[in-house]
Design a protein around this ligand. Structure first.
Ligand code: HEC
Length: 223
């Protein structure tokens, strides 16, 4: 009996010591082998960063934590196409037609998705049928919106369209940050489907007003 009591006392004592020990270890973790891992240098994407610790200056890399909220240079998002080779430049606009579309044909599902994106991003100006008569066009707030069903746009190379959608043109802004490269090429394929629809002015002479409404393309500057 004495023995059992003795063992019980030892047990209670060791559990108490262990639990105190464990609590204590929170405050004093002991030796740290890899401090970077023990003390995370995590950042919040949109938080303001302490300039004593973080830098956006590439020459400060190493001394401070380099973080400019951009993907690492040379990296491509999964599912995205290779970078577009032409920079924004008047001369590059002229040769933009030489850049071929990476897409041969689109599945019915992809065309439907491209149409959805066109209606969200482009139809406000160009109209659902791409005839240049979207709500912003008819309101008169923005003039000279391209009627993309006119022969000069039917003849326009995919690459030139891509250039203009990427960098913007006159009244039209750039869509590079709203739409991925793949989405922009897909939308251009979708525009092609609208150009062949009956009602599109594909039979009118170049520069003449569209039969089915829309703006006169002769007011559209070439650049
Ligand atoms: C704010 C109105 C507006 C929106 C939105 C808009 N565009 Fe345009 N777009 C224009 C105007 C204006 C022009 C005529 C530009 C010029 O030649 O002066 C134009 C021209 C174009 C051209 C002919 C480019 C060229 O090189 O002549 C294409 C192709 C085009 N738009 C596609 C698109 C696509 C695709 C979208 C959606 C991702 C879009 N646009 C969204 C106003 C708009």
């Amino acid at each position: 009996m004495k023995r059992i009591k003795f063992i019980a006392v030892i047990l209670v004592a060791s559990v108490t010591v262990l639990s105190i020990g464990c609590d204590d270890s929170h405050q004093h973790p002991g030796r740290i082998y890899m401090p970077d891992m023990a003390y995370s240098r995590a950042y919040e994407t949109y938080a303001q960063h302490d300039s004593a610790l973080f830098t956006v200056d590439p020459t400060d890399k190493g001394r401070k934590i380099f973080y400019n909220s951009k993907p690492a240079e040379g990296t491509i998002k999964r599912g995205e196409l290779f970078p577009y080779p032409l920079a924004k430049d008047t001369n590059n606009y002229k040769i933009s037609g030489t850049v071929k579309s990476p897409l041969d044909s689109l599945s019915r599902k992809d065309i439907a998705e491209a149409g959805r994106l066109f209606n969200i991003n482009c139809a406000i100006c160009h109209g659902e049928k791409a005839q240049g008569n979207g709500p912003l066009g008819t309101s008169g707030k923005i003039g000279a919106i391209a009627n993309l069903t006119l022969p000069n746009y039917v003849a326009m190379a995919d690459g030139t369209m891509f250039y203009s959608v990427t960098y913007g043109k006159n009244q039209m802004g750039s869509y590079a940050s709203q739409l991925t490269r793949l989405q922009r090429w897909e939308i251009i394929k979708y525009i092609r489907t609208l150009q062949t629809k009956p009602g599109g002015a594909t039979t009118t002479a170049a520069g003449a007003p569209a039969a089915g409404g829309g703006k006169d393309s002769s007011t559209v500057k070439k650049g």
